[in-house]
Write a protein of this length. Structure first.
Lengths: 218, 209
């Protein structure tokens, strides 16, 4: 049954209907296998993209990310040597120093984009995919996954990584720069977090959350 | 081919957060909640155009101090002067770091500027009902949504440098007020892209056709 056949007789919304986020076109969901990517026929916006074992994989990656989180943020990212003196920095120290220098807004922005949001994203995905994996349903699930959706674009680990490269080049003429163990942890965290986001099948997560709440014994 | 049918034409609302379809029960904004994720549902993002205008204009105003005020001051063996975004790029060019200079130029100057121009075109095209290609405009919108975050690059560079270079009179890097203005520009243009409802681009065709 396609949307076009139903203009007159719509009393309930068929399960397999979806609408495009960017152009509102009504579309009938088709069977897709992992590797497929459904695009809107009118505006070419990606509609859904099934992923293999999305729940298990994102759960594992979220836990890995959480394990890497503390070392990546607390261990020195870089060592800098200038005429016999040494200094180091960590991810959180950057926002701390900006805060001490009085640029509160900038400090908060850096703190959120490089630390708080990536951490919240890992925690939320660990919670949601953990619940789905164990087939536990919770009324908190829709809220948790909603906030993941809102936070998604504000975590900027990959931009931070490019920032590290730029900072190294800028300092090259001034002093000698040595990467620290924190940098390797940070790169690992970045890879884990990015893979997690790309393997997360939002569309099927939402449907599973909905199904789980429906089946819950009252 | 039958004319394409949108959710709105059947009285359906697509939840902007989770994608669930629901009947429009005809309430005012903020009264209907998504049956799946409980987010507020709107047929179209409420006051999308005015909100986007407000943020775009604020971003454009702040773009001036962001580029004129110093973002940081590098002092090396007692000498040094405040750097703006552009003077930092020129300095990198003089040192011969062309690729990095290009990256910063694109991320800090070109992307925010092009983003604001693109949002301006999108807003004007909806207001004045320009007959531009809808598909192309949606593509432009998606590009704006996607590249915005990379402008944060300079903020992270500043955060790293001020924390790292702190050797007193020998060498010191201190942040400047331009950084605040620049950060605000980046956040405001990102928010402007989020509040703009791309479905408005298509509504004209759907009502006329």
């Amino acid at each position: 049954m396609s949307p076009q056949d139903n203009i007159q007789s719509l009393t309930s919304i068929p399960e397999n209907w979806i609408a495009c986020k960017d152009c509102d076109l009504l579309i009938e969901r088709m069977d897709a296998t992992p590797g497929d990517r459904a695009l809107c026929p009118r505006c070419a916006n990606p509609l859904y993209q099934p992923r293999e074992n999305s729940i298990e994989r994102t759960l594992v990656l979220a836990i890995t990310g959480l394990l890497l989180f503390l070392p990546a943020n607390l261990l020195p990212v870089m060592y800098l040597h200038i005429v016999g003196q040494e200094s180091t920095t960590t991810i959180y120290k950057g926002s701390l120093v900006l805060f001490q220098e009085g640029l509160y807004w900038t400090a908060l922005l850096v703190f959120f984009a490089s630390i708080a949001v990536p951490l919240c994203k890992l925690l939320l995905v660990a919670f949601v995919s953990g619940c789905l994996y164990l087939q536990r349903s919770s009324t908190l699930l829709p809220y948790a996954f909603r906030y993941y959706h809102y936070l998604d674009e504000w975590g900027m680990l990959e931009v931070y990584m490019l920032g590290v490269l730029v900072a190294v080049v800028k300092l090259k003429g001034m002093a000698s720069v040595v990467p620290g163990i924190g940098l390797y942890c940070f790169i690992a965290l970045l890879l884990v977090a990015t893979t997690m986001s790309s393997l997360l099948d939002e569309d099927s997560f939402w449907r599973k959350i909905e199904q789980g709440l429906k089946d819950r014994p009252r | 081919m039958r004319h394409p049918l949108t959710a709105r034409q059947l009285g359906l609302i697509r939840c902007h957060t989770c994608g669930k379809l629901a009947f429009d029960i005809g309430h005012d904004d903020y009264e209907e909640h998504c049956p799946r994720c409980h987010a507020h549902m709107h047929m179209r993002a409420s006051n999308s155009l005015s909100r986007t205008w407000a943020m775009l204009i604020t971003a454009a105003v702040l773009y001036v101090p962001a580029n004129v005020l110093p973002i940081m001051t590098v002092t090396y063996f007692g000498a040094g002067e405040p750097d703006t975004i552009m003077s930092g790029i020129i300095l990198l060019l003089q040192l011969g770091s062309y690729p990095i200079a290009a990256v910063i130029f694109i991320a800090s100057i070109l992307v925010p500027l092009l983003k604001m121009v693109a949002l301006l075109i999108l807003l004007l095209s909806v207001h004045l009902k320009w007959s531009l290609d809808d598909r192309q405009r949606t593509r432009l919108y998606r590009a704006v949504e996607m590249v915005g975050r990379w402008s944060m690059l300079d903020m992270f560079v500043i955060a790293l440098l001020v924390a790292l270079v702190n050797f007193g009179s020998l060498a010191q890097i201190v942040s400047g007020p331009g950084a605040t203005a620049f950060g605000s520009v980046v956040v405001l243009t990102m928010l402007a892209a989020t509040t703009f409802d791309a479905r408005l681009i298509w509504d004209k065709e759907d009502t006329d056709g």
